[in-house]
Structures are given as structure tokens and as C-alpha cells.
Design a protein around this ligand. Structure first.
Ligand code: KIV
Length: 283
């Protein structure tokens, strides 16, 4: 089965088929998600927080994204892989954005990139899509602007802010984006944006009426101990399972219950005999 294409993602909206998407940052989890059939994997700059331990996404570098995207591409065969453009790589000019996106596409091999901002990023989105690089937009609470928002807060609550968000989605669509993430916006506004847009909207903290949903893998699996965003749901407690597993492992090592003969390689009896004989002779 070939990889999912951006056209197929757009067709899913046209058919009213919901679009699940998850973040992935490494080979092993990409393999699991891809085998489960997740159609879109995002190598999000959230990796700065959940993989690297930073308190925001701002320190993430282009090399970080390239490094993690390579492993997700190697770990997947069917999913559409989208690499996030980190802070500082698309804010300077459309030409600079193009240079950085070309590095991602050439060195890491994803099928698309994502960048934050609507109207303000539209010129870059146009340049990239015209050059053959599919782009996913990202509006609402764009985490790279956390210092302007004063925290990870819901955006688009006033009439003016809601109109600005709708204009952002329209600008991205017009510039050629194949889909747009709506992060932390009121559910009613996300519904309106979804009805008006011909491209799929992918929500996160944006209510139930977007065309698709994206979540940070570590949040839904209970793997990120620092905090749990309100908009997420825990589908498993893998952090607890890991803790129990390593506690059992430590006890078994201490009590000599692991490793046993089963996990060991063995010498032929003749070789052991020869070694023993040699020892006796030299004694
Ligand atoms: O970096 C990320 O994981 C994201 C998603 C939350 C949309 O941008």
C-alpha cells in the first residue's frame, strides 16, 4: 500500500470521513502507529517538550526536526509524514522559509511540512506549495507565540479575534495549504471554520466538529509526567506500566532471578571440558 497523499486527505473531508492524526518522534513508535493505520504522523516541535524536556517549543532547532523526522520516515510505510517547521525558520521571509523547508524535504524525506500562522505566513505557504512542497497550516493558539499569548490560552474568543481566525484559515486555503490545524479555539468557532473551509481542519482543543483531530502521542498514552492538557484524553497509562516494569526488572536483577539460563548462550560440553583440563594442567 503506498503512502497516504495530501489529495486523499482532502478527499476524506469531501466524504465526511474523520481524519485521525498523531505526533510521532522516533522509529519504534512510528512503526506502531503506522501499522495501526494512522493516516498522518506529525513530527511536531512539541518534541522539544515531551522528548527533550524544554518548557516550550521555542528552543527546537531545524537539526532536531530533521533528526527525528528521518527516524519517523524510516519507521513508516503508509502514513503521510509531516515535519513541523521550528521557531525562527519561517518568520524571516518566504525565501528563507523555502531554504529551510528544502533542507527538511531533502535531508529527512517527509511528504509535507507544517508551519504556524495564517495571514502572516500566507506568502511563505504560497511559495512552498508552488515549489511542490505540501504545507499544513496551524492557527489559533500557536505554541511558538506563547510569549505573546501569555500562556497556552484559548484564542478567538472575542468577535474580532474570531473574525481574525476565520481570515487566517481563508488565507491559508487561498495560499494552497492542504489542511490546517486549529489549536485551542472555541468549539463553535472551529465548527464555523470547518464549514467554511474546503480544506480539512484538524482540531486539538477545538471541539468535536473539525474534520480531524491531532493529539500529542505522549499525552494520550500517559507518557508525559509534567502536566496533562485539558483537551487530551488518556487512552493508556504507559508511564505507570513502565515504572512497574522497571521496578520488577531491578528486583529480579538484585535477587539473581534475571538473567537465567534461558537468556544465556552456552558453550559445548567438549569446550568446557577442554578449558577445565587446561586449568588443571597449568595448576
Ligand atoms: O508540535 C505539535 O505537536 C503540534 C500539534 C500539537 C498540532 O503542533
Amino acid at each position: 500500500m503506498p503512502r497516504v497523499t495530501t489529495d486523499q486527505i482532502r478527499q476524506m473531508k469531501a466524504r465526511g470521513e474523520r481524519i485521525p492524526m498523531l505526533t510521532a518522534y522516533d522509529y519504534a513508535s512510528a512503526r506502531i502507529l503506522d501499522t495501526a493505520g494512522v493516516p498522518m504522523l506529525l513530527v511536531g516541535d512539541s518534541l522539544g517538550m515531551v522528548m527533550l524536556g524544554h518548557d516550550s517549543t521555542l528552543p527546537v532547532t531545524l537539526d532536531d526536526i530533521i533528526h527525528h523526522t528521518k527516524s519517523v520516515v524510516r519507521g513508516s510505510e503508509h502514513a503521510l509524514v509531516i515535519a513541523d517547521m521550528p521557531f525562527g525558520t519561517f518568520q524571516i521571509s518566504p525565501e528563507e522559509t523555502m531554504r529551510q523547508a528544502v533542507r527538511i524535504m531533502k535531508e529527512a524525506g517527509p511528504q509535507a511540512v507544517k508551519l504556524e500562522g495564517g495571514v502572516r505566513s500566507a506568502a511563505s505557504v504560497r511559495l512552498l506549495t508552488e515549489a511542490g512542497i505540501p504545507v499544513m497550516g496551524h492557527v489559533g493558539m500557536t505554541p511558538q507565540s506563547v510569549n505573546v499569548f501569555g500562556g497556552f490560552k484559548v484564542q478567538g474568543k472575542t468577535e474580532q479575534a474570531a473574525r481574525a481566525l476565520l481570515a487566517d484559515v481563508a488565507a491559508l486555503e487561498e495560499a494552497g495549504a492542504f489542511a490546517v490545524v486549529l489549536e485551542l479555539v472555541p468549539a463553535e468557532l472551529a465548527k464555523l471554520a470547518t464549514e467554511r473551509a474546503t480544506i480539512p481542519t484538524i482540531g486539538i482543543g477545538a471541539g468535536p466538529d473539525c474534520d480531524g483531530e491531532v493529539q500529542v502521542l505522549h499525552d494520550i498514552l500517559g507518557l508525559f509526567p509534567d502536566f496533562t492538557p485539558r483537551h487530551t484524553k488518556r487512552y493508556a497509562e504507559l508511564g505507570k506500566l513502565m515504572s512497574e516494569a522497571v521496578t520488577t526488572y531491578m528486583s529480579e536483577v538484585r535477587e539473581r532471578a534475571f538473567p537465567t539460563k534461558e537468556q544465556s548462550a552456552h558453550l559445548d560440553a567438549a569446550v568446557i571440558k577442554a578449558l577445565r583440563r587446561e586449568r588443571k594442567e597449568t595448576a
